[in-house]
Design a protein around this ligand. Structure first.
Ligand code: GLN
Length: 433
């Protein structure tokens, strides 16, 4: 039955940038369910800022493909969630409109960049939300906030209407309070869309199954190596033993290219970002440039005032990596490293069904704890490989360390999102029984 939903939550954690007080909903599998949408996904008639000053006041004239689908399935789109500006960050502290707080401990970050979506789910304001994941932005906040988040296989969900950060890496995906709800939202958003040239005709119609008897799991030693907090590693090892009790077998493996994954990721994403963000010039988007000024001065002023420090840093890095004389040294090399990461993962996935490890090397950081960009980038080490390889990866809560949630990450073969969902479901059902 169609109707109107009233939504006026007490948003103590600053999960939302915009809320819609009254929203129409329709019939369908998501009938009347409040769904939150990350603010880099276009929503017709609802301000969409990417948490950037440069898009303040921008109201898209159309819905992203996923938003059309979610609305078409009867859901109520109740608001736009906070994020790191343009998706660049791991904590949601890079929002131009102030950070989101972690519902488990408001002195800590919710993770990022989809931190608002994760906090909205974790605090019970919505059961499901859309996030985006370029290098971990769905899985990291899911892990830090104790919810479930899936980065789908590249191409399985249309990116039409997603304001691009790094096209070759990113996917829109479901975040929810349970694996069943992740699966439900995924079944609505997956499938072909001719408006995204990378979109594949691979719809998802699957009921999660908890039967993992005979499943073969690869455990890469790199996912338990230096930089991974020993107490996080212990929680995850315990979860893996639980999967063994459910009938899975584990084999150790190694990903030699892992040491280049982070460098490959940061050269690739900054290069793509420098090109994608060139459109924000104060003419087509952004606060109007002063028309009496020379174009390059007007352009500089608008971009300097509109972009935050992390976005400026990445545009500079990416422009440098792509510039003539350096292209071969950086961008081209990064693509070779990326191909090696992909090849390593695919090779391992020939002999095992899934690869399992921690989602993040630590629990959620304290607010302002990470001040230098490099140490922040290092915390993405366990999530970026799935984006470089284009494979599906899910994070499911698997216990606590120091009172904070820890995420178990399950990665699978291309287009085997069903399988990673099943493994997460089996684990979730076993621990909630
Ligand atoms: N933390 C990573 C970055 O800053 C990933 C971000 C994302 O997935 N959007 O690029």
């Amino acid at each position: 039955m169609a109707g109107t939903l009233t939504f006026s939550p007490d948003d103590r954690f600053h999960a939302f940038l915009t809320t819609c007080r009254k929203t129409e909903y329709g019939d369908g599998p998501l009938c009347g369910i409040p769904v939150a949408v990350k603010d880099n996904i276009s929503t017709k008639g609802i301000e969409t800022t990417c948490a950037s000053k440069i898009l303040k006041g921008y109201i898209p004239p159309y819905d992203a493909h996923v938003v059309q689908l979610v609305r078409g399935a009867g859901a109520a789109v109740v608001g736009k969630t906070n994020m790191d500006e343009f998706g660049m960050g791991t904590t949601t502290e890079n929002s131009a409109f102030g950070p989101t707080l972690n519902p488990w401990d408001d002195g800590r970050v919710p993770g990022g960049s989809s931190g608002g979506s994760a906090a909205a789910v974790a605090s019970g304001m919505v059961p499901m939300a859309l996030g985006t994941d370029t290098g971990g932005s769905i899985r990291c906040p899911a892990a830090f906030c104790g919810i479930v988040g899936l980065k789908p296989t590249y191409g399985r969900v249309s990116r039409y209407g997603l304001i691009a950060y790094a096209n070759s890496l990113e996917q829109i995906g479901p975040m929810a309070d349970s694996v069943a709800n992740v699966s439900k939202l995924f079944s609505v958003i997956a499938g072909h869309d001719p408006r995204d040239s990378t979109s594949c005709a691979r719809p998802y119609a699957h009921e999660p199954s908890a039967d993992i008897q005979g499943l073969k799991i690869g455990i890469p030693n790199e996912y338990f190596g230096t930089g991974v907090d020993p107490s996080v590693a212990d929680v995850v090892r315990k979860a893996i033993r639980r999967l063994e009790e459910l009938g899975a077998t584990t084999v150790p493996c190694s990903i030699p290219s892992m040491e280049y994954a982070l460098a490959a990721y940061y050269v690739t994403c900054t290069s793509e970002a420098s090109s994608n963000l060139a459109r924000f010039d104060g003419i087509r988007y952004g606060p109007a440039a002063d028309s009496k000024k020379a174009w390059h001065e007007a352009y500089r002023e608008v971009r300097k005032a509109g972009f935050g420090p992390e976005v400026r840093r990445r545009i500079l890095l990416g422009t440098f990596a792509l510039s003539s004389g350096y292209y071969g040294k950086y961008y081209a090399k990064a693509q070779v490293a990326r191909a090696n990461v992909r090849a390593d993962f695919l090779r391992i996935l020939e002999s095992v069904d899934v690869i399992v490890g921690p989602t993040m090397p630590t629990i959620a950081f304290r607010l302002a704890e990470k001040s230098d960009p490099l140490s922040m980038y290092l915390s993405d080490i366990l999530t970026v490989p799935a984006n470089l390889a284009g494979i599906p990866a899910i994070s499911v809560p698997c216990g606590k360390s120091d009172g904070m949630p820890v995420g178990l990450q399950i990665m699978g073969r291309h287009f085997e999102d069903e399988r990673v969902i099943d493994v997460a479901y089996a684990y979730e059902q076993a621990v909630s029984a």
